[in-house]
Design a protein around this ligand. Structure first.
Ligand SMILES: O=C(O)CCC(=O)C(=O)O
Length: 274
């Protein structure tokens, strides 16, 4: 490609596939990684999401879930099936977290999204998952959206508005209409996006459910959507990477005794977590 060069204007050099992801994430606010999960894992996850959602639908009831905008969202998935723990320790997730939010990132949420045919989903309105009125000079929060069914115009692939992670103001309706794009992707792909990016689910005009699993990771000083340390402290090895990702290394000391331990290394909010 031919273009003009200017004194003092640096070119963004690409040396690897990761550099392409970094540039896309910075300029557009997202990138898509195809073929991360194999067919048998996808099938197991589809079944596990269905089971978790149907159990929660029965437990909490449709009227409540609809009234709080939670219809079609299965929460606390790791309580429902241990298969969901595996998604936290995938090498790709580690790799991307290392160069984005950082190696001490913790899970903020893990939700199964079931987009039913012709249903108006609460996530169907444009929103940010990290809806703050400021922009940090370091990335604070990132999403990994695991795609379990085909994403296209008919099934209601996610709509995103590239570049909107850069502004604190909401885009206008005309900007949205002109610039929104719909993600098309195969099951097993992961849509990775800056949590400040405006996005929403599409409309499912097929006769089948469209499933996905949303994960959000933040720097460890940001509160989680659910108290994962409390939920899983008995279930995971405290010294494992999984424990760190669940926030078990970033718990504020409960009292002065827990703060005044003989070394910061012994604190429940461990040294070096940031
Ligand atoms: O279902 C989708 O396509 C988007 C879901 C979403 O916006 C969310 O979980 O925050």
């Amino acid at each position: 490609m031919d273009y003009q060069e200017y004194v003092g204007l640096e070119k963004n050099a690409i040396h690897s596939a990761t550099d392409i992801w970094k540039e896309d994430l910075d300029r557009l606010g997202y990138f898509l990684v195809p073929n991360v999960l194999d067919r048998s894992t996808i099938t197991k996850l589809q079944e596990a999401v269905d089971k978790a959602w149907n159990k929660q639908l029965k437990k909490y009831g449709e009227p409540l879930l609809r009234s709080i905008g939670d219809y079609g969202v299965a929460r606390g998935l790791m309580e429902e099936d241990p298969i969901f723990f595996d998604l936290l320790t995938l090498p790709l997730v580690d790799k991307v977290l290392d160069f984005t939010v950082g190696p001490t990132s913790i899970l903020h949420l893990q939700n199964g999204i079931c987009l039913y045919p012709k249903e108006k989903h609460n996530q169907g309105r444009f929103h940010k998952d990290f809806a703050k009125d400021f922009i940090s000079d370091k990335l604070l929060s990132i999403n990994f959206f695991f795609i379990l069914d085909p994403f296209n115009q008919q099934t209601g692939g996610t709509w995103i508005i590239p570049g909107t992670h850069k502004n604190t103001t909401m885009p206008s309706e005309s900007f949205i209409e002109k610039n929104k794009i719909q993600i098309t992707a195969q099951p097993g792909s992961i849509l990775i996006f800056d949590s400040l990016l405006w996005h929403c689910s599409g409309e499912n005009s097929t006769n089948k459910v469209r499933r996905a699993i949303n994960h959000q990771y933040t720097r460890p000083f940001i509160k989680q959507q659910l108290n994962y340390p409390e939920m899983f402290k008995e279930k995971v090895d405290m010294e494992s990477k999984l424990a760190q990702r669940l926030g078990l290394w970033a718990i504020p000391p409960r009292n002065v005794d827990e703060y005044r331990v003989s070394s910061p290394k012994l604190r429940t909010y461990r040294a070096g977590q940031g």
